[in-house]
Design a protein around this ligand. Structure first.
Ligand code: GUN
Ligand code: ZN
Length: 450
């Protein structure tokens, strides 16, 4: 038991069951445990079967302040959405009848062009931040649009509602089917610089910029190089898309004939770093996965989108065997659900479909998928020194889950223990079961205005 120093003040104490992942255990269930959060939002202690009275004296809290979880409740780490287009939330749940390139020209670019209007942006961005928080997304890696001011507004709203976020102003300077929805290469560079400077100037504790070339077909080689340099000079995260759909992979071959592969396009332009997250990767070769491993770059697996717009089935087992970091993404609006619980289910479905095709394929387990949604996501965003599981010194990003809420979606039966309760929540639960959400120790759900 560690000793308190005089400066640490305890802001929350919970007792009961805690469920999280560690590098060695996909699911670790800590029963009869007590967790304390300090006033900077960090986990101060987590003890199994402690003597609560002596713990309270050491850390200077009152035992009456302890939030006691019931038998059918547990605390888990907040979920990480490693890839979501905030700007596409207005049409999520619709427009899933075209493959990627046609889908972008027909639905996506015309909608994204509307974010010139800050009132429009404010309405959609407020809704997407609230909806994802309510569904347990404590960290989101967002694509906004090409508009700097609207992208800054997304950062402001994530900060206001208390979501941890990486926010990307989208860069694209070619091949847009909507002529007004692109910038010149120079505008992209200048506006990205302005976006980064202005967002960093706000000093939001948990909202940071991410350099965001849309994908290789939307960017000239010179723009890709500029963005690689901006990320490197400012030590920033990078996000984009890769090998989502076969026609897209063919298009990249014709646009970048000097590059060996789609991965080589990003590699050559200094866009594959240990802070890079690339969405999809359904059609990456083993050679390309080796490059991801060497560079420490990661993949955001977006199974709802991969199926909804018929892009492909990512073999997550193969990615993990290559020791490439991987997290889950909703990819709103290519994916129709804003929930990472849905991403976990679609990840399992995809893995089972691969097993149907090839019985030798080693199907993912629900425990592994739980890890991908939490610790895996934090690793994919290179935030695992701060978040992802319940380790002393990390920020307290957590969900209070109650599987027995009135009129809820889950029934329990005698003998259902903590592991079954977790599995039922992952397969059957929804936002009604997520009764409280914390980010960096701040309770952000229920919302303070409702
Ligand atoms: N590739 C380039 N842009 C996009 C996008 O907005 N959504 C998806 N799913 N793929 C993309
Ligand atoms: Zn995407």
């Amino acid at each position: 038991m560690s000793q308190n120093d005089t400066t640490t003040r305890i802001a929350h104490v919970f007792s009961g069951t805690f469920v999280h992942s560690t590098p060695s255990a996909a699911v670790e269930i800590l029963k009869d445990s007590v967790l304390g959060v300090d006033d900077e939002g960090k986990i101060a202690f987590i003890e199994k079967d402690p003597d609560v009275v002596s713990l309270s004296k050491i850390w200077g809290f009152e035992t009456a302040e302890i939030k006691v979880l019931e038998q059918h409740e547990f605390l888990m780490p907040g979920m990480v959405d490693t890839h979501i287009h905030a700007s596409q939330y207005s049409y999520s749940g619709t427009a899933l009848d075209l493959p990627l390139l046609e889908w972008l020209s027909t639905y996506t670019f015309p909608v994204e062009a509307k974010y010139k209007d800050l009132d429009f942006a404010n309405n959609v961005y407020t809704k997407v931040v609230r909806r994802t928080l309510k569904n347990g997304t404590t960290t989101a890696c967002y694509f906004a649009t090409i508009h700097t001011d609207a992208s800054l507004l997304l950062g402001e709203l994530a900060d206001k509602f208390g979501q941890r976020a990486l926010v990307g102003k989208v860069c694209m300077d070619c091949n847009s089917a909507v002529p007004q929805y692109k910038e010149s290469s120079n505008e992209c560079k200048e506006e990205t610089d302005r976006f980064i400077i202005e967002l960093l100037k706000k000093e939001y504790p948990n909202v940071k910029p991410v350099v965001t070339p849309r994908f290789a077909p939307s960017c000239s080689a010179s723009l890709l190089s500029e963005l690689g340099a901006i990320a490197s000079n400012n030590k920033l995260h990078i996000q984009s898309h890769i090998s989502e759909n076969k026609k897209e992979v063919e298009l990249v071959k014709t646009l970048f004939p000097d590059c060996k592969s789609y991965t080589d396009v990003y590699l050559k332009h200094n866009l594959l770093t240990d802070k890079t997250v690339m969405a999809h990767g359904c059609h990456l070769t083993d050679e390309e996965l080796k490059i991801f491993h060497e560079r420490g770059s990661s993949i955001s697996h977006c199974p709802n989108s991969n199926i909804s717009i018929c892009s492909g089935l990512l073999n997550v087992r193969n990615v993990l065997n290559h020791k490439v970091k991987l997290g889950l993404g909703t990819d709103i609006a290519g994916g129709y659900s804003p929930s990472i619980l849905d991403a976990m289910r679609r990840t399992l479905d995809t893995s089972k479909a691969l097993t149907i095709q090839d019985p030798q394929h080693q199907t993912l387990t629900f425990e592994e998928v739980f890890r991908l949604a939490t610790l895996g996501g934090s690793e994919a965003l290179s935030l695992d020194d701060q978040i992802g599981n319940f380790v002393v010194g990390k920020d307290f990003d957590a969900l209070r889950v109650n599987v027995c809420v009135p009129d809820g979606p889950i029934d329990l039966f005698p003998g259902d223990g903590p592991k079954v309760i977790l599995e039922k929540f992952l397969n059957l639960g929804d936002d009604r079961n997520i009764t409280e959400v914390y980010v960096a120790g701040r309770q952000v759900v229920p919302f303070s205005d409702t």
